[in-house]
Design a protein around this ligand. Structure first.
Ligand code: SAM
Length: 294
């Protein structure tokens, strides 16, 4: 086993050197070397002894060690073929860590976590942050907390309010499913190698129920995607992306009491819900008429 705190420049350099490793840019490898960040991620995840935690991309085991020390039962999914052998040594002292080699985007997370409640903690690879977050949110997994390091700009998008330039489909998905808060910013010097961008730790506590009611959640997200798909278009045009006629879009906007000239980025979650329900009601009415005409 290697020294207690992997989260230091000296220990990290020593591990990289001993195993002949070079951080892979392609895999988004920036290893944490700041113990205070590890501590803050573990604290934000509110880990109690025995909690199941999924870590995405353990790297050489820096955050994994903090999670294991807190008494969590850690399952760490790592894509890099070279790293499981390294982790077997750096985390050799812990019997509460399981390392799984694989791509998190191709992993059956529900089966891996045995369909029981779990938390997610990660210093995410930045090249696939959004697909990973959306996968975690959309799969209806029994997650209670997601605490991750992301690019600062992504953290800001996750908490953005309607009307701001950075408010988008990611903001709506995160805020619909969770209550996000930025825990802290993290400077590039907290990693080896230093990334080109500033980072932030964001903690998202899963909501027990969505903040707005919709009759059809799939329709809600179809409307959100269409509204942001064509950011520069007015809703009247962007909403054609829902796959309905111009007339159906006009009727839905009117029924929801939303000005057709507005843009998607100005709509609150409650307005998206109203609009989505208006589309669902319009569709139900069309279906009813079709059946009647038969
Ligand atoms: N957790 C370590 C730390 O904090 O120092 C490493 C974080 S590094 C930013 C991201 C890690 O994710 C790397 O170890 C990388 O190999 C891994 N990774 C990249 N793509 C992945 C994927 N699709 N599935 C699982 N792990 C991945």
């Amino acid at each position: 086993m290697i020294a207690p705190d992997i989260a230091s420049p000296d220990v990290t350099r020593h591990i990289l050197k001993s195993f002949g490793l070079r951080a892979s840019k392609r895999l988004g490898q920036n290893f944490l070397i700041d113990a205070s960040v590890v501590k803050d991620i573990v604290a934000a995840a509110e880990i109690a002894e025995g909690d199941a935690v999924l870590e995405i991309g353990p790297g050489i085991g820096t955050l994994t060690q903090g999670l294991a020390e807190s008494g969590a039962k850690v399952t760490a999914v790592e894509l890099d073929k070279k790293l499981p052998a390294v982790l077997a040594e750096t985390l050799g002292a812990y019997d509460n860590v399981r390392v799984v080699r694989g791509d998190i985007l191709k992993t059956d997370i529900r089966a891996l976590m045995e369909n029981a409640p779990f938390k997610v903690a990660a210093n995410l690879p930045y090249y696939i942050t959004t697909p990973i977050l959306l996968a975690l949110l959309e799969q209806r997994l029994p997650i209670t907390h997601i605490v991750t390091m992301v690019q600062k700009e992504v953290a800001e998008r996750m908490i953005a309010e309607p009307g701001s330039k950075i408010y988008g489909a990611l903001s709506v998905a995160v805020q619909y499913h969770t209550e996000p808060r930025i825990v802290r910013e993290v400077a590039p010097r907290s990693f080896i190698p230093a990334p080109e961008v500033a980072s932030a730790v964001i903690a998202c506590r899963k909501r027990s129920a969505p903040p707005v009611e919709t009759s059809d959640e799939r329709m809600f997200f179809r409307v959100v995607r269409a509204s942001f798909g064509q950011r520069r278009k007015t809703l009247a045009n962007a909403l054609l992306g829902v796959g309905v006629s111009k007339e159906a879009v006009r009727c839905a906007l009117e029924a929801a009491g939303i000005d057709a000239k507005r843009r998607g980025e100005t709509l609150s979650l409650a307005e998206f819900a109203r609009l989505s329900d208006a589309f669902s009601a319009g569709k139900a009415e069309d279906d009813r008429r079709e059946t009647h005409d038969l």
